[in-house]
Write a protein that binds this ligand. Structure first.
Ligand code: C2E
Ligand code: MG
Ligand code: MG
Ligand code: MG
Length: 278
């Protein structure tokens, strides 16, 4: 598995390196305009408590509807946003839009318990993340407990005091922190003790082949036990089948997210999904 992941990561890197620089600049220029032209939007994917089937929260996932290119997936433009520095503007927009939508849903009695927003490590280069978050929550009158920020293992491996301070400031504010794609980064577990995280997201690469891969079952179950021992909520990503769900339930995993429950949904579709629930 490690070999396979390593090879994929390498191919991705090489493809990026070889990619026509002009094309990257084109995407960058278009993305700059996209913000002003309102071409970005958010979809929301439900997260469900496995034991009770209650809604746990939703994850906000950014989409780019380009007038010529159509729907551009985040994997295509987030890396370019990160390299060009546009991620600060994109990230602020995403947070603002997610909070605006939550406030509207709250008004209508349709709000999920919380919204999770992805943050890039790059956004922590400036010390301004906690201020940006506090201002955004205030602007929309949203309590901090309604917001979870998803960060990556790579951010926590940076061992930089400014990042640690920012994460503690967010924690003190009452915002929750989740480790996204857990298990795919450098596996020093020490940081789980140092950082004020409350949620682990088991990466979908461990969930995908649960039905026929003994090693994935062992790894998934180990991650769930790490989460339990540290009193963290474990959220499994990419849950597509009832069998995967049953195994995760058996292991004591708390929450599941994936096509088995719903794809990432446009706001209207989320409300419809909510209405259709027992
Ligand atoms: P992620 O945060 O790990 O998000 C989960 C990804 O898995 C999403 O892809 C989602 O659509 C997909 N997914 C959910 N359920 C299933 C399933 O059952 N099966 C399969 N095969 N896939 C599933 P998406 O929306 O394409 O996003 C990809 C990544 O882009 C995200 O991974 C996240 O790292 C990044 N991203 C998305 N939105 C933002 C954002 O606003 N800011 C930043 N910095 N990154 C973002
Ligand atoms: Mg995420
Ligand atoms: Mg993830
Ligand atoms: Mg993932």
């Amino acid at each position: 598995r490690a070999k396979e992941l390593g090879r994929n990561a390498f191919c991705f890197y090489q493809r990026n390196m070889d990619e026509d620089a002009a094309e990257r600049l084109e995407v960058e220029a278009a993305l700059r305009l996209a913000l002003d032209r309102n071409e970005l939007l958010l979809h929301y994917q439900p997260q469900v408590h496995i034991a009770s089937n209650q809604l746990f929260g939703v994850e906000a996932l950014v989409r780019w509807q380009h007038p010529q290119w159509g729907m551009v997936p985040p994997a295509r433009f987030i890396p370019i946003a990160e390299e060009s520095g546009l991620i600060d503007a994109v990230g602020s927009w995403v947070l603002d839009e997610a909070c605006r939508q939550m406030a509207m849903w709250q008004e209508a009695g349709q709000a999920p318990p919380h919204v999770s927003v992805n943050l890039s490590a790059r956004q922590f280069r400036h010390g301004s993340v906690p201020t940006m978050v506090a201002d955004t929550l205030l602007r929309h009158g949203l309590p901090p407990s309604r917001l979870t920020l998803e960060i990556t293992e790579s951010l926590m491996m940076m061992r930089n005091d400014q990042t640690l301070e920012a994460l503690h400031a967010l924690d003190e504010m009452g915002v929750k922190l989740a480790v996204d794609d857990f298990g795919t980064g450098y596996s020093s577990l020490g940081y789980l003790k140092r950082f004020p995280v409350s949620e682990l997201k088991l990466d979908q690469s461990f969930v995908r082949n649960l039905a026929n891969d003994e090693e994935d079952r062992a790894l998934a179950s180990a991650v769930v036990r790490i989460g339990q021992s540290l009193k963290l909520t474990v959220v499994a990503e990419g849950v597509e089948t009832a069998e995967q769900l049953a195994f995760l339930h058996e292991q004591g995993c708390d929450v599941a997210q994936g096509y088995h429950f719903a794809r990432p949904l446009a706001p209207d579709a989320y409300v419809e999904w909510l209405r259709g629930r027992p």
